[in-house]
Design a protein around this ligand. Structure first.
Ligand code: GLN
Length: 542
């Protein structure tokens, strides 16, 4: 049977509960334990698939096609195990399932209540698939004290009695703010947050305290006294230079040993050499590149978090630092000069997206990259824009478009798949999850992957329209990846350019710091070569 680690958060949101849970998982894995992480979100959406990235950041897609919270991306990047449909549960999903059962008459005339029906449903979900792992970490979204997270906290309180105290560990993440005017760190918010948690009936075993400055021993003693834990159970967690340093910092504080002791498990030797290696590469790069990320959700960093991380991983593979310059596609649309915007840029990436806003700007960016031979990477909607740009400007099909944006275009180079045309329900109905793709051996993609058949994750409704395949290919836009089962175009490449490639899937979801995704590795390599070529020119000019 699995043991369980519950992580809750207090004081305020955005303290990095996801990274903390993932780091604890990584440290337990470094001792040879098998670990999985699940996230419970207290909001009423059934899943985050229909939520705007402006609201909740990126939607992360699992192998089995679940649209999930972005924290699952962190879990997969930090751990060797993949997440799945059971890994992200919202209050909406729990309530929906309970209400469906009620309509089915499953409760045999009983009154259906938060306790026990909702809490039982949550506990049942917590147990799902957990038997495959030594340790299951459960992250409870939201902040202690929120009304909507109460059923989840109640469920994890009860859980300890269902599976025995020694199989459960509670970690609580809080903030120890630095108050400038007093010149001091303050423990009161932590005291209050733990007090609220204890009122619900949960006594934390470990406190992880986020702070800008190191927490002294005296301060740890004070926190311990007020929060009813031992001093050693108070872990200080400072802001890190890179998120990949967090497991190493938490290791210094001995968090895994504390958790294992609470769970009555052997401490075991840990091997964190792979973490040390990537942190070294991030901190001591041998060069740098700047990649323009041309999108519409650029003000919110979390909206493109997996793309951002995959670019960093590409940098780790090439031992270079990757600066990501986020460019609002609408600026290009409204007349900003690409020469100025892309002046200091070594590569242009157009990520996935939905809706018309900014589309023309993305197409402009791709046009600029193609004409100037700047490495250019189109992901999902980005690939669709590569196709539209090529159709309009090379094939001279002036009105070429995706029917998502112009349903009446005479040249629908991107169109809905047949089954998508009849869909009325929005949630969970796209082409989702992992699909096979066969690569052309004479392609940048094949050289990057080193294998002919690959599997990548999808999240989209529209596809390349095969009516245009011959004219595209005959004019130089090579089809280099196909899904043979459904006869779908997956990847295109403009071989006359140094690196101009688009994929209909989302490679960023499978990139890990230890296994940088082949396409991101290859793209960053091309961008670095471009950078070196250009700086050579400058040297010659002098
Ligand atoms: N909006 C496009 C589609 O649905 C692209 C989606 C995406 O980039 N994820 O096909």
């Amino acid at each position: 049977m699995s043991k369980f680690v519950f992580t809750t958060g207090g004081v305020l949101s955005s303290l990095g509960k996801g990274i903390t849970a993932a780091s604890v998982g990584a440290l337990l894995e470094s001792r040879g334990y098998t670990v999985t992480i699940k996230k419970y979100d207290p909001y009423l959406n059934v899943d985050p698939g229909t939520m705007s990235p402006f609201q909740h950041g990126e939607v992360f897609v699992t192998e089995d096609g679940a649209e999930t919270d972005l924290d699952l991306g962190h879990y997969e990047r930090y751990l060797s195990t993949n997440t799945s449909k059971v890994s992200n549960i919202t209050a909406g999903k729990i309530y929906k399932s309970v209400l469906d059962k009620e309509r089915n008459g499953d409760y045999l005339g009983g009154t259906v209540q938060v306790i026990p029906h909702i809490t039982d449903e949550i506990k049942e979900n917590i147990l799902k698939d957990s038997e495959k792992y030594d340790i299951t970490i459960i992250e409870i979204g939201g902040t202690v004290g929120d009304i909507e997270s109460l059923p989840f906290l109640e469920a994890i309180r009860q859980f300890k009695f269902d599976i025995d105290e020694e199989n459960v560990c509670y970690i609580h993440l809080t903030l120890v703010p630095y108050i400038k005017s007093a010149g001091e760190l303050k423990t009161k918010p932590t005291q209050h947050s733990v007090k609220t948690l204890r009122e619900i009936g949960i006594q934390p075993d470990v406190l992880v305290c986020r702070s800008e400055y190191p927490i002294s021993d005296d301060m740890k003693k004070k926190i311990a006294l007020f929060c009813n834990v031992s001093k050693d159970s108070v872990i200080s967690c400072l802001d890190a230079k890179t998120i990949y340093e967090v497991p190493l910092m938490m290791r210094e504080e001995g968090i895994a040993a504390l958790v294992l002791k609470k769970l009555s498990m052997d401490e075991r030797q840990s091997d964190v050499s792979k973490w040390e290696e990537i942190v070294h590469r991030i901190k001591k790069p041998e060069g740098e590149v700047t990649i323009a990320l041309v999108g519409k959700y650029v003000d919110l960093k979390d909206a493109y978090i997996s793309i951002n991380e995959a670019l960093i991983h590409g940098g780790i593979a090439n031992k270079v630092k990757v600066n990501v310059k986020r460019i609002d596609a609408e600026k290009l649309e409204n007349g900003a000069s690409p020469d100025t915007l892309f002046e200091d840029v070594d590569g242009i990436l157009v990520p996935g997206g939905f809706g018309e806003r900014g589309i023309e700007g993305k197409i402009k960016a791709i046009n600029f990259a193609r004409l100037k031979d700047i490495p250019c990477f189109g992901v999902c909607l980005g690939l669709q824009c590569i196709v539209i740009e090529f159709a309009r400007n090379v094939l001279k099909l002036g009105d070429a478009h995706s029917v998502e944006f112009d349903p009446k275009t005479k040249n629908p180079v991107i169109d809905y798949m047949k089954e998508q045309k009849t869909i009325t329900q929005m949630g969970g109905t796209m082409r989702l999850g992992s699909y096979e793709c066969t690569l052309d051996e004479d392609s940048t993609a094949y050289r990057a992957y080193g294998e002919k058949v690959i599997h990548e994750r999808h999240r989209h409704r529209l596809e390349f329209n095969n009516d245009y395949i011959d004219v595209m290919v005959n004019n130089g836009l090579s089809l280099i990846g196909v899904n043979e089962q459904r006869d779908l175009a997956e990847m295109f490449e403009l071989k006359s350019n140094r690196w101009h490639l688009g994929c209909q899937f989302h490679p960023e979801f499978k990139s890990k710091p230890f296994f940088p995704h082949p396409l991101f590795k290859s793209f960053i390599e091309a961008a670095y070569n471009y950078h070196k070529d250009n700086s050579d020119d400058e040297v010659n000019d002098l």
